[in-house]
Ligand binder design. Structure first.
Ligand code: S3P
Length: 181
């Protein structure tokens, strides 16, 4: 039997779930490139995600996000961190190319708010006085989509390197030989 091939790792989950920091650690261990959807959008558009939300509105951001994600999901030997809302649309995770290992990084609303540092202005959807209620509402609405990821990893009380180690353990078991000693 041929071993399944692993071409890319995709991290999904709510804001503050650790997609970027965990993604960097996983990429480092695999010797792969790390790419963050939001940073790619910002590089392409020459402005911040917050500016895109304010100046063009969320639907314009979602269209850019979809287009950039389609391009990034064709890359090989890459760890991808999606934006928190990307996976939350019908068919997104089910439609990823073969060879993609997807992980849902789970986090509660209070912990997400604590980590995201509300008020920093970089996360327009949480820049509101009732950020925690909004986070609860969004997580509830998105969880049925996030759960289409191949694996779910709880990040609630775990440091970044522990979460990364758990992901690497899952990958080592599912794709023998992918991690060099
Ligand atoms: C969003 C999450 C953000 C960013 C944008 C919208 C969301 O990414 O894409 O502010 O809808 O959850 P992070 O999850 O990387 O913060």
């Amino acid at each position: 039997m041929t071993a399944p091939s692993l071409d890319r790792v995709l991290l999904v989950g709510f804001m503050g779930s650790g997609k970027t920091s965990v993604g960097r650690a996983v990429a480092r261990r695999l010797g792969w490139r790390f790419v963050d959807f939001d940073r790619e959008i910002e590089a392409q558009e020459g402005c911040s995600v917050a500016e895109i939300f304010t100046q063009r509105g969320e639907p314009a951001f979602r269209a850019l996000e979809e287009e950039v994600a389609r391009r990034l999901l064709r890359l090989d030997h890459v760890v991808l961190a999606s934006g928190g809302g990307w996976a939350a649309a019908p068919g997104r995770l089910a439609g990823v190319p073969p060879g993609t290992a997807s992980f849902w990084l789970q986090v509660s609303a209070p912990e997400a708010i604590r980590r995201a540092g509300v008020g920093a202005g970089s996360r327009p959807l949480l820049a509101r006085p009732d950020a925690q209620e909004e986070a609860i509402r969004l997580i509830a609405r998105r969880a049925p989509f996030y759960k289409d990821a191949t694996w779910a990893v709880d990040t609630e009380r775990s440091p970044v390197l522990d979460v990364a180690a758990r992901i690497l353990g899952i990958l080592a078991e599912a794709y023998p030989g992918v991690i060099s000693e």
